[in-house]
Design a binder for this molecule. Structure first.
Ligand SMILES: [Zn+2]
Length: 424
């Protein structure tokens, strides 16, 4: 009897799904993430968590006369912003002491609590998606934060997780001259091609969307102003990482600052170069040819200048490289390296301001953090634009960011997946 009742109720439930909630957003100005033009008086129809229609306001309104209206007619509406280089599990590490304190004196649960807070900060600043490029010793806690966000337990940006990252023995902190103790490391230690494939499999097993590895370290200039570096992995090892990553349907990101590290990462076939300060013209040509994205992380570079040494010169070097890369058509995806600077102190959207100072138009800068970022992630069908079928990840600012890019640092409205998280 009970079983029969259950079956009947189930059939009824299937036959009468609740009508999807319709929301009509009135956009005074629309920057859709793909088009070069700013459109005016646009209607965006949201049904459930996705965008159903975008078009002239009167026309879209006619399609859904009973939709709940959100009036952003005095604002500029944009796709949710995407930061493709973040560290949710890190709270700034301008000194090695700051870094070591986090790995040695904070438990992973404590760090995960801060990471959840950071995912919320990002969301409320207008960043509806993040590619988080490794946990710095916090194992797979990025995947836990992602699960909690996806299940609606905590508010936060969508997370594309990279879990632990990789470097060979002795080439990533924490190091110590005391050989009697083994300190925790900020990465998974990987030596040899077989070990590299095993590490990729483990990380994918535990939820990695991307695989990140450290291609180089120890940066130095030669007299001709070329930034060189020491390469971490043998070509055989790096190729094994990238090949196994691709075989498992994931993408590979390489930390590469000096020209040697960038060249090695490109030989291995990575999908993105992180930082890339030492990019030369010929390396840029390889990136264009092979569809490799550059994630410049200017904000962190400026932040760590007080470290001294080679760091201040990297900022000027990268600025010159950036201008040339824009002219050459290198695909630049916006990424800040937040976590390398405190989430609570510097707004991630500062990065857009640098891109405009460095040679992008404001529209190019916006697209680097929307449609271009989504393309790098292979998520064009889900995020990075305001278009039918995509998630309703929508933000708004009161001014015109195509005239003043700093408007993106003052986001007034945030919707992710059809749910409003900020409305000022
Ligand atoms: Zn980083």
């Amino acid at each position: 009897m009970h079983a029969l009742t259950f079956v009947l109720v189930s059939v009824l439930a299937v036959q009468t799904p609740p009508p999807p909630q319709q929301v009509l957003i009135k956009a005074g100005r629309l920057v859709d993430g793909r088009s070069q033009q700013v459109q005016t008086n646009v209607g965006i129809l949201v049904e459930g968590e996705r965008i159903r229609a975008v078009g002239p306001l009167a026309q879209v309104q006619g399609q859904a006369p009973n939709a709940r209206v959100i009036d952003l007619s005095q604002m500029t509406v944009l796709p949710g912003l995407i930061d493709t280089h973040t560290h949710l599990l890190l709270q700034g590490d301008i000194t090695s002491q700051e870094y070591e304190d986090q790995l040695l004196k904070q438990s992973i649960p404590y760090r995960a609590i801060l990471a959840a807070r950071n995912a919320r900060i990002a969301l409320e600043h207008g960043f509806t998606a993040l590619r988080d490029v490794e946990t710095e010793g916090a194992m797979y806690a990025d995947v836990d934060v992602k699960l909690a966000v996806n299940r609606g337990e905590v508010p936060g940006a969508r997370i594309f997780a990279s879990t632990r990252a990789m470097a060979p023995t002795g080439m990533y902190p924490i190091g110590t001259p005391n050989w009697e103790i083994e300190l925790p490391h900020g990465v998974q230690t990987v030596d040899g091609a077989d070990n590299a494939r095993l590490a990729v499999r483990e990380q994918v097993q535990h939820g990695a969307d991307w695989i990140k590895y450290y291609s180089d370290r120890r940066y130095y200039f030669t007299p001709d102003s070329v930034l060189r570096s020491w390469v971490n992995f043998t070509d055989d090892e790096a190729r094994a990482i990238v090949d196994e990553t691709h075989r498992l349907g994931r993408k590979a990101a390489a930390h590469a600052i000096g020209s040697d590290g960038i060249a090695a990462a490109l030989r291995a076939g990575v999908n993105s170069i992180e930082h890339g300060d030492g990019l030369t013209d010929s390396l840029m040509d390889v990136m264009v040819r092979n569809n490799v994205y550059w994630v410049p992380t200017v904000t962190v570079g400026v932040h760590v200048m007080p470290r001294g040494g080679v760091w201040p010169a990297l900022v000027a070097l990268e600025r010159r490289a950036f201008g040339r890369a824009v002219k050459k058509g290198v695909k630049i995806a916006m990424g800040t390296d937040v976590g390398g600077f405190p989430w609570t102190e510097i707004h991630q959207a500062k990065e857009f301001e640098y891109y405009v100072q460095y040679g992008m138009t404001p529209m190019q800068a916006i697209q680097s953090g929307t449609s271009v970022a989504a393309a790098m992630l292979g998520q064009e069908q889900n995020i990075g634009a305001i278009a039918p079928g995509l998630y309703a990840d929508i933000v708004a600012v009161s001014g015109d960011p195509t005239r003043d890019i700093t408007e993106l640092q003052r986001v007034k409205f945030v919707m992710k997946g059809g749910t409003i998280y900020l409305s000022q």
